[in-house]
Write a protein that binds this ligand. Structure first.
Ligand code: GDP
Length: 685
C-alpha cells in the first residue's frame, strides 16, 4: 500500500466538495468523559463558568439544553431546513452558543445560514467586548486600545487548537535525476507527484476567528478525510489605500504587547513522545478545549490508540494517526510570559527527515525530546536512531539553543540516576555537535502525565533531586535571536496554495527584511515580479511583517504554476541569485563510503530538496584554522572539512553564508542519511 501522500496529484477542488470532514458527531461531543480519562479532562478549575452551565454571551443554558422548536409551528420541510442549518452552525460554533439562540437566528434569517451565523457572531462579539470592558474595569487600569489575549480572560469557545500544517511534502519539484537508494519518500515524495498538482490550502472559520488548516492532501484511497473544513478564505489585510512607509523596528517593539516571537522546533526519535508532550502542553495552556480533547480521546480509543489522544492534537491527518507517526510539520502558536512561540512538531521517523529539515530550517531554537525508558533512549541514541541525526541537523541549520526534554520519566520512576546517565551521554555528544554547554538545558518530564510541563512538578519523586525549570519556563527563557530586519527582504516558500480570491498564497518564514501590503516582490526562480495583496501572521491579517515571522502572503500578477516550494521571494532591487553551480565548505559526517567526484546527493537548502552532484573536490581544510591541507583530494572521508563544488540540475536561489547567515547553509543527504552539512562560499553560475 502506498504510504506516501500524493500531494502533487491532489485535486484542490475536492477540499470544497467534502463536507463531512472530521466526522464531528454531536453525540460524541456531548457525552461525558469516562472516568479512566479523568486525567485528560479539561480543567478550568478556576473558571466559575463551567462547561455544564455557563452564562457566556448573555445566554443561560445547560450542557444538554435542547431548545424546543415546536412552538414555532414549522412545516416538515422547514424543520428539515432548520436541522440542516443547525448542523452547519454547530460545526462552526460548536457548543459555545445555545441552541435556542441559533434557532432564533435561523428563523429570523429565514433559513439563510450565513446570515444566521453573522448575527450570532455579531452577538458574540458584542458580548466579548462587554466582557473585555468589564475586565478592564476590574483590573483597575485604564488600558488603552486592545486588551491582550490572556489565558485568564479567554472564554471556553476561544480555546480551539490551531494547527497549521506546513506542507513540506507539498508542491515540490519533480524533475531531476535519481539519487541511488533514495526512495520516493526521501525524494520529497517526488515520484508520486505530478508536476502540476497543487497543494491544498483551506481555511476554517471558528467563532469569527480563522484557522488556517493548510493541509497536505492525502491520497483518497489511503486516508479518510478527517479534517473539519469550510471554504472561507484566509483573512488577509488587502491593499486598499496607498502604501505608507512604516518604521518596522519601532512597530516590532510594540507588536504582540512587546512579546518577542520565537520559532521553536521539536525534534527527537520516533515515539520519544514529542506529539504527546506538545499536545499536553497546549492543552494545559488552555489552547485545546475540553470538547476537542474529549473528541480526540474518543476517536483515539475507538482506533485502539488511547494513549495517543494528546498526540492527536498535533498529528492531524488520518495517515499520521493510523501509523501513529508524525509525517508533516505541524505548526501552532502559544504564548509564554515574554514570548509568542510558533511551534513546529517535526516528524521523528527516518522516512520523513526531509520534512524535519524543512521545519528545523525555519527554527530559532529546538526542544529535543528523548525517551528515558530503559533501552529506548539507547535505541534512539545509537547509530540509526534519530536523536543524534536530529541534533546534528538542527545545529548545522543554525540552531544554537536547545532544551532537552528527558521524557517518560514516569517509566523510570523519576530516578535521578537515569536522568544523569542520559544527561551525561547526550551532553558529550551535543558538545561535539557544536552546542555550547550553557545553551543546553535538560528538563525531566512526563508528556503523558503532564508533569513538569507548564508548572514545576510537585511530585516528591522529582522535587527530591530537581529544582530546575519546567519546560515552559525554559522555553520562556530562550534568548530571542537577532532579526535581520535591516537586510533586503527574503522569504523562502514552504507552501503554495490557491486562495479563493484572485491570486494565490505562499507561506514561509521571512528570513530577512520586511514586507508591506502593496509591495512588489521578485520570485527566484522563476525571476518574475508579483504584488503583495495581503499578509497574514498567525492567521490574523496584518499590514506588514518582518524577519522571523511565519507568514502567508497573498500574491497577484504571477501564475501559481511557476512557484514551487523552495522559491525565494525577495526585494527586486537587491535580489537573490539563482544558480546551478556553487561552492560550499562542508563537514563530512559519519559516512561509510568515501565521497568521490560525481557523487550524487540530495541537497537540502531551506525548504528546497533538490538532486545534485558533487562536481569537484577542491580541497581538504584544517578543521579549526580553515587552511588548505590538501588540494584536489581524490576522496573525502568522515570527519573531514572540505571545499566542494556542487551542481544542481535546475537553478536554485542561494545566498552566501557571509552575507546572510540564515540563508547560507546547506545539508547533503545520500541514501537516507545525512552525509554532510556546510555553508555556501561562492556562487558560480
Ligand atoms: P512521537 O512519535 O515522538 O511524536 O511520540 P508520540 O507522542 O506519538 O508518543 C509515542 C507513545 O509514547 C504513545 O503511546 C504515548 O502515549 C507514549 N508516551 C508519550 N509520552 C509519554 C510519557 O511521558 N510517559 C509514558 N509512559 N508514555 C508516553
Amino acid at each position: 500500500m502506498a504510504r506516501h501522500r500524493n500531494v502533487r496529484g491532489y485535486n484542490y477542488d475536492e477540499d470544497f466538495e467534502e463536507d463531512d470532514l472530521y466526522g464531528q458527531s454531536v453525540e460524541d461531543d456531548c457525552c461525558i468523559s469516562p472516568s479512566t480519562a479523568a486525567q485528560f479532562i479539561y480543567s478550568r478549575r478556576d473558571n466559575p463558568s463551567s462547561f455544564a452551565e455557563t452564562e457566556e454571551y448573555g445566554y443561560k443554558y445547560t450542557e444538554h439544553s435542547n431548545y424546543s422548536v415546536s412552538s414555532h409551528q414549522l412545516t416538515g420541510v422547514e424543520k428539515a431546513q432548520l436541522d440542516s442549518c443547525l448542523d452547519h452552525m454547530r460545526e462552526i460554533l460548536g457548543e459555545s452558543v445555545p441552541e435556542k439562540a441559533m434557532v432564533e437566528a435561523i428563523l429570523n434569517s429565514k433559513f439563510d445560514v450565513q446570515q444566521a451565523l453573522d448575527s450570532v457572531l455579531a452577538q458574540i462579539n458584542k458580548q466579548e467586548m462587554k466582557i473585555e470592558n468589564k475586565d478592564t474595569v476590574i483590573s483597575g487600569k485604564a488600558t488603552k486600545g486592545k486588551i491582550r489575549d490572556s489565558q485568564t480572560t479567554r472564554t471556553e469557545s476561544d480555546v480551539v487548537p490551531k494547527v497549521t500544517k506546513m506542507i513540506v511534502s507539498g508542491k515540490k519539484r519533480s524533475t531531476g535525476f535519481e539519487v541511488p537508494g533514495v526512495d520516493a519518500k526521501e525524494n520529497g515524495h517526488n515520484a508520486l507527484m505530478p508536476q502540476k498538482g497543487l497543494s491544498a490550502g483551506d481555511a476554517n472559520v471558528s467563532l469569527g476567528k480563522t484557522e488556517i488548516l493548510s493541509k497536505p492532501a492525502l491520497s483518497s484511497q489511503t486516508v479518510p478525510a478527517l479534517e473539519e473544513q469550510t471554504t472561507a478564505p484566509i483573512p488577509m489585510k488587502k491593499s486598499t489605500k496607498a502604501k505608507q512607509q512604516i518604521d518596522v523596528k519601532a512597530e516590532l517593539e510594540k507588536r504582540q504587547g512587546g512579546k518577542h516571537l520565537l520559532n521553536l522546533v521539536v525534534i527527537g526519535h520516533v515515539d520519544a513522545g514529542k506529539s504527546t508532550l506538545l499536545g499536553h502542553l497546549l492543552y494545559l495552556l488552555g489552547n485545546v478545549n475540553k470538547r476537542t480533547m474529549h473528541k480526540y480521546e474518543q476517536e483515539s480509543k475507538k482506533a485502539g490508540k488511547a494513549s495517543f489522544a494528546y498526540a492527536w492534537v498535533l498529528d492531524e491527518t488520518g495517515e499520521e494517526r493510523e501509523r501513529g507517526v508524525t509525517m508533516d510539520v505541524g505548526m501552532t502558536k502559544f504564548e509564554t510570559q515574554t514570548k509568542v512561540i510558533t511551534l513546529m512538531d517535526a516528524p521523528g521517523h527516518k522516512d520523513f527527515i526531509p520534512n524535519m529539515i524543512t521545519g528545523a530550517a525555519q527554527a530559532d531554537v529546538a526542544i529535543l525530546v528523548v525517551d528515558a525508558s530503559r533501552g529506548e533512549f539507547e535505541a534512539g541514541f545509537e547509530t540509526g536512531g534519530q536523536t543524534r541525526e536530529h541534533g546534528l541537523l538542527v545545529r548545522s541549520l543554525g540552531v544554537t539553543q536547545l532544551a532537552v526534554a528527558v521524557n517518560k520519566m514516569d517509566q523510570v520512576n523519576w530516578k535521578q540516576e537515569r536522568f544523569l546517565e542520559i544527561v551525561g551521554k547526550l551532553g558529550q555528544f551535543l558538545k561535539q555537535a557544536g552546542f555550547k554547554e550553557s545553551d543546553v538545558a535538560y528538563i525531566p518530564t512526563s508528556g503523558l502525565g503532564g508533569e513538569n510541563l507548564v508548572t514545576r512538578s510537585q511530585s516528591s519523586e522529582l522535587t527530591e533531586w530537581y529544582e530546575g525549570k519546567c519546560l515552559l519556563e525554559q522555553i520562556d527563557s530562550f534568548k530571542s535571536p537577532q532579526r535581520s530586519v535591516d537586510k533586503p527582504f527574503r522569504l523562502c516558500v514552504s507552501d503554495v496554495f490557491k486562495d479563493q480570491g484572485s491570486g494565490f498564497c505562499v507561506t514561509g518564514k521571512i528570513e530577512a527584511g520586511y514586507v508591506q501590503v502593496g509591495d512588489r516582490l521578485l520570485a527566484m526562480p522563476p525571476n518574475e515580479l508579483c504584488t503583495v495583496k495581503g499578509i497574514a501572521l498567525h492567521d490574523e491579517p496584518v499590514d506588514w511583517a518582518a524577519a522571523g515571522d511565519h507568514v502567508s502572503l497573498t500574491l497577484t500578477g504571477m501564475d501559481i504554476i511557476k512557484i514551487n516550494v523552495g522559491c525565494v521571494f525577495c526585494c527586486p532591487k537587491e535580489s537573490i541569485k539563482a544558480c546551478t553551480r556553487f561552492r560550499a565548505r562542508v563537514l563530512i559526517f559519519n559516512i561509510e563510503i568515501p565521497i568521490t567526484k560525481g557523487f550524487p546527493v540530495l541537497l537540502h537548502y531551506q525548504t528546497v530538496s533538490e538532486p545534485a552532484t558533487i562536481r569537484r573536490l577542491l580541497s581538504v581544510l584544517h578543521k579549526s584554522t580553515g587552511e588548505v591541507t590538501k588540494k584536489k583530494p581524490k576522496c573525502l572521508v568522515k570527519g573531514q572539512n572540505a571545499l566542494i563544488e556542487l551542481h544542481t540540475q535546475r537553478p536554485i536561489a542561494l545566498e552566501l553564508y557571509k552575507d546572510f547567515k540564515e540563508l547560507g547553509r546547506i545539508m547533503l543527504r545520500y541514501s537516507g542519511s545525512t552525509i554532510a552539512a556546510g555553508v555556501v562560499t561562492e556562487i558560480k553560475e
